[in-house]
Design a protein around this ligand. Structure first.
Ligand SMILES: [Zn+2]
Length: 321
């Protein structure tokens, strides 16, 4: 499997080797042991770091590739441990799809452990999914760890804006095409078909949230700047005053006062965080705590992009009513 992957990369240099392999295959079939050949899987092996990239990769790859996911569904990507099974996935992969903006920086540890140089940043086999994205909440001035430890390069949660899906899937298709140029047309056709479905769903999402344009929303983690921008909602505060760091009592007191003044009705609570602080803020302000999946698959029934956004839009619209 690994050897097949390597061949995919250095195509011009290995065409002779491929020809030799084909000759070998012919010889095998002549001697009646062709069944051995079926062990070789011609599909690209793709690894995606995060659930949103995993489902977007599957949407464009269709059955041209096997796609593995490093983070589990519903796992907080800001809090990952490295396991041998993940290193094995990276070792076997032909293509790696990564989020960037430090959201999945742990993949570097796995790539190092996997000793697969094609997975190193800058390799044609690595897809930087954020390439070309207009990054929100980029910190300016002096940046250090005290400002929060998980969004040092700006908000990494960009797939929550459906308008970014065209760009992210273009990056993925370009990467898969570099590894398997013969699949270019099918990959792009898959992408176009998927984007049409997203565009149709987006019209539904925009009209469901249109009555709440300008509504202020609070969240536990700073997950939603792209989502708010896409649907005309307004960030009215974040419980974690700095991403990844539990809130100080002072911050909570200020937030509660400002939520009362602004009459904030909804607090989004990402399903993988403990809910005690959020429910206390909800109680003190009369706002409704809505538990949502920040990424696809974190809650049952949200395992593809459209189902995930359907879940978010309908939960938020119902809470704002
Ligand atoms: Zn985050």
């Amino acid at each position: 499997m690994l050897e097949l992957g390597l061949r995919r990369l250095a195509r011009p240099a290995t065409s002779r080797r491929l020809a030799l392999a084909l000759l070998g295959a012919l010889a095998l079939s002549v001697t009646g042991t062709a069944s051995m050949l079926q062990a070789a899987d011609p599909k690209l092996r793709v690894v995606a770091t995060l659930p949103d990239l995993f489902i977007l990769t599957r949407a464009v790859a269709g059955d041209l590739a096997t796609v593995d996911l490093i983070a589990r569904f519903g796992q907080n990507p800001h809090d990952m441990e490295v396991r041998p099974s993940q290193i094995l996935m990276v070792r076997r992969a032909d293509v790696l799809v990564r989020n960037g903006l430090e959201e999945d920086a742990w993949i570097d540890v796995m790539v190092h452990g996997a000793a697969n140089p094609r997975m190193l940043r800058g390799s044609p086999n690595v897809v930087e999914a954020s390439q070309g994205i207009e990054v929100l909440k980029v910190l300016t001035g002096r940046v250090d760890r005290s400002m929060g430890d998980v969004h040092p390069l700006g908000s990494p949660h960009y797939t929550l804006d459906p308008d970014n899906v065209a760009l992210v899937t273009a990056n993925i298709v370009a990467g898969l095409t570099r590894a398997a140029p013969e699949q270019a047309r099918v990959l792009e056709a898959n992408r176009q078909g998927f984007l049409e479905k997203v565009a149709e769903a987006d019209r539904r999402w925009k009209s469901a949230l249109a009555p709440f344009r300008g509504a202020g929303i609070v969240s536990y983690h700073d997950s939603w700047p792209y989502f708010y921008r896409a649907f005309g909602l307004v960030e009215a505060g974040v419980i974690e005053d700095r991403p990844g760091i539990p809130p100080s009592p002072q911050h909570l007191a200020n937030l509660i006062r400002s939520m009362r003044e602004q009459k904030v009705k909804v607090i989004l609570h990402e399903s993988w965080y403990p809910s005690d602080v959020t429910s206390r803020v909800a109680k003190e302000t009369g706002a409704k705590m809505v538990v949502v999946a920040q990424s696809p698959g974190a809650l049952k029934g949200t395992e593809d992009y459209i189902a995930h956004l359907d879940h978010l839009v309908s939960a938020i619209a119902a809470a704002l009513k």
